[in-house]
Write a protein that binds this ligand. Structure first.
Ligand code: ADP
Ligand code: MG
Length: 708
């Protein structure tokens, strides 16, 4: 039965419609939690549940092991300290006889009047240990006698804010609201949207029941079923939308059809290609070849770890464009990287009568004018450069393929500017990234694009050996650097630079430089130094000096991260490793191990490390596989924090968790694909509710391949 669109649906009404909430509170819910309508309220799921029957004994609590629930009598409550250290401190003693300190830094006045010494409370929060005392800061508190005594032992807990708490919309208030909501709703207000055959096949809990159960679960088994159902729904709807966008774009945006692989490609392949392509490179080239022949604009993301050979795939794709009478370009985020591509590619195609040019902001005057002329009259076949390429005054005669290297460094708008570089059709677009992201994330963040993966490194690489040293073994590390330099090799030493602390970091870098000059004195040793505060030309000159082998040590902040290629550098020391993120460490490490020599990466860190830092370092020592590292990063930091996904708005999920729900996601995408292949417009009666729901709730979701 399709949703009736004539009658305003009850779920569209304001939360003010419910008993026990007036316009003021309703506004507050909107401001604080973006809950405006009953539908918003319904889909703001609890973030955890409290089993009201289980309490920790204070005497048994081990600190730093996460949150606990305790029940005890509030013995003392007083304000301590001054200024920023001012706090409200309570003492809670339970039947075990031990006591726990409760501390609040905010809302002191309100809370002091709210809590009653001598009453029994249920407290919840993470327990830490300070000066031998157990304490919880800002615990959730509830009077034991007010804890609901109904049959449900699973109490939902909702996210809240201090403002809401003060106005009675704490988790207890929210429970009342949600009960009031379910009193109002009828079964037909929550129609099933997942097609019947899928419900049966996947054995999903019906929608109305799942929504009720997720808020007010009678037991763990029912809750699990409800969560599984709502996770599937969330992922399924998102995949439906992303795939719809893809189908739609492919239907609307025609592209140039590259009919043939011709003389240039074949000549390069048989006379110039300096190595055998890896299986993964061959597979990806086939995928690209198929795309380019379809007459639909290509929008493909190519993921491949550092050193996996993406440039060659890019170059050979460009040759396909040339063979069909088109120009091609490749854009890189920095001048160094772009110029490196220019040099490398010019060398590869030497003698093939291909005109390769380079353009960046620093190419000016006559030189620039010449390039612009040759571009528009078609003399230039391949243009390499920085974001200067997308400036409006750069016009091509006939651009057929645009490649963006290290795509995550560019914004959506910049990418969109490439689309208008040819008419009547936009050029094909190939995005390349060396930031591997886990499959689940790729399917979501880039769900409306085609994704190719190079998951194999060229043969003959000696794997990089990674070791972890703590600060007090620096001298040994210096010794290792000397050994490498004695063999004629070069070394990177990388320092962190975080924005809030830029000045201090620079100072530290200068101090380190003095120390290094002392430990590695000239003339035997020459040191380059590069950091973000340098002028670009000075920075470039220093990089070039290192590249040419005139210096043996490169001291740098993370500016060397992107794509710099110095095969003779065989050792990298990362200082303050604990201050880098996993993917950043992985990118950095990729700067060594580029030649045939055995390479080393030394992770220096302080002795005391957080659990997360330890986990990051352990991951780095154990594997060099970028995809494994990305999986670990996802587990540690969650989606949306990962490099290369920040621009995606589709990662904020209500219930699904991309680190753990990979299997549900795979099924969801699979089924969504299947449905759209059979019935692209969802015209069949079994999809009527699904279609109505999508049209109402999913149109706001924008894909990644959108133009501006
Ligand atoms: P990335 O994927 O990081 O951009 P590059 O394209 O810079 O990697 O390739 C890294 C190095 O590997 C280059 O020196 C390149 O010439 C070399 N290379 C690429 N493909 C192969 C291959 N199939 N066999 C051997 N070496 C290769
Ligand atoms: Mg590259």
């Amino acid at each position: 039965m399709p949703e009736n669109s004539n009658k305003p649906a009850i779920l569209d009404r304001s939360v003010a419609h419910l008993k026990g909430i007036g316009p003021a509170k309703a506004n507050l819910l909107g401001e604080e939690l973006h809950i405006h309508t009953l539908n918003d309220l319904l889909h703001a799921y609890p973030f955890r549940y409290v089993d009201r029957t289980k309490f920790h004994r204070i005497i048994d609590i081990i600190p730093n092991e996460g949150s606990v629930q305790v029940k005890g009598v509030l013995k003392i409550l007083s304000v301590k300290g001054e200024g920023r250290a001012k706090r409200l401190v309570g003492r809670l003693r339970d039947e075990s006889g031990a006591a726990l300190e409760l501390v609040w830094f905010r809302g002191i006045n309100v809370l002091q009047n709210m809590f009653v010494v001598g009453e029994e409370y249920i407290c919840y929060g993470p327990v830490l240990e300070f000066n031998g005392k157990l304490s919880i800061t800002h615990p959730e508190m509830e009077l034991a006698k007010r804890a609901p005594a109904d049959s449900s032992v699973f109490e939902p807990v909702y996210s809240s804010t201090e403002k809401l708490n003060r106005r009675g919309l704490d988790h207890r208030g929210r429970r009342k609201l949600i009960r009031a909501l379910f009193d109002e709703l009828k079964a037909e207000d929550l129609p099933e949207i997942i097609p019947n055959y899928l419900m049966k096949e996947l054995r999903l809990m019906p929608r109305a029941k799942a929504l009720y159960t997720i808020h007010l679960p009678p037991n763990q088994a029912q809750l699990d079923g409800a969560r599984r159902r709502m996770k599937f729904e969330e992922l399924f709807l998102l995949q439906m939308r992303l795939l719809q966008l893809k189908v739609k774009r492919e239907g609307q945006v025609a592209g140039y059809k590259f009919e043939s692989i011709g003389t240039i490609f074949n000549k390069f392949f048989s006379t110039k290609l300096p190595f055998e392509l890896t299986g993964a490179q061959k597979r990806v080239l086939k995928e690209i070849r198929a795309d380019l022949g379809r007459g639909v604009q290509m929008n493909r993301l190519l993921q491949g770890d550092v050193g996996s050979g993406k440039t060659m795939v890019g170059l050979m794709s460009m040759l396909m464009a040339l063979d069909n009478g088109f120009q091609a370009c490749m854009m890189a985020p920095t001048e160094i990287l772009a110029y490196q591509h220019y040099e490398g590619i010019s060398e590869y195609v030497e003698g093939l009568d291909i005109n390769v040019a380079f353009l960046s902001g620093s190419i000016k005057g006559k030189a620039r004018k010449k390039i612009l002329e040759e571009l528009i009259n078609g003399e230039i076949d391949i243009l390499l450069g920085t974001h200067a390429l997308i400036e409006p005054w750069v016009e091509f005669k006939n651009l057929g393929l645009a490649i963006i290297d290290e795509q995550h460094r560019f914004g959506v708008k910049q990418r969109a500017k490439l689309w208008v570089k040819n008419k009547p059709y936009p050029p094909h677009v190939l995005l390349m990234t060396a930031t591997p992201i886990p499959r689940t994330l790729a399917m979501t963040a880039y769900g409306d694009l085609d994704v190719s993966v190079i998951d194999e490194l060229p043969p003959g690489r000696t794997p990089i050996q990674t070791v972890h040293f703590t600060e007090h073994r620096r001298q040994r590390v210096f010794g290792r650097i000397r050994e490498e330099i004695a063999k004629g090799r070069q070394a990177y030493i990388v320092y962190p630079l975080i924005e809030e602390n830029e000045k201090l970091d620079l100072l530290a870098l200068e101090e380190a430089y003095d120390e290094m000059r002392f430990k590695f004195p000239p003339p035997e040793y020459q040191i380059s130094i590069v950091h973000g505060k340098m002028k670009p030309d000075v920075k470039d000159a220093e990089m070039q000096r290192f590249k040419r082998g005139e210096t043996n040590i490169m001291m740098a902040t993370t500016v060397i991260e992107v794509g710099v290629n110095v095969p003779n550098a065989t050792i990298m020391v990362i200082v303050h490793t604990e201050r880098f993120g996993l993917s950043q460490l992985h990118q950095l490490r990729g700067r060594v191990g580029r030649g045939a020599e055995e390479s080393y990466c030394i992770l220096l860190s302080s002795v005391k490390l957080s659990r997360e830092s330890k986990e990051r370092i352990r991951t780095m020592v154990e594997t060099t596989d970028g995809f494994k590292i990305a999986e670990a990063d996802l587990r540690l930091r969650g989606p949306g924090m990962l490099d290369g996904t920040q621009q995606s708005g589709v990662l904020q999920m209500r219930i699904a968790d991309l680190a753990n729900d990979g299997r549900i996601l795979a099924v969801a995408r699979d089924r969504a694909k299947d449905i759209l292949e059979r019935d692209p417009k969802l015209e069949g009666p079994e999809f009527a509710n699904l279609k109505a729901h999508m049209d109402k709730h999913m149109l706001g979701v924008k894909g990644w391949g959108r133009i501006s």
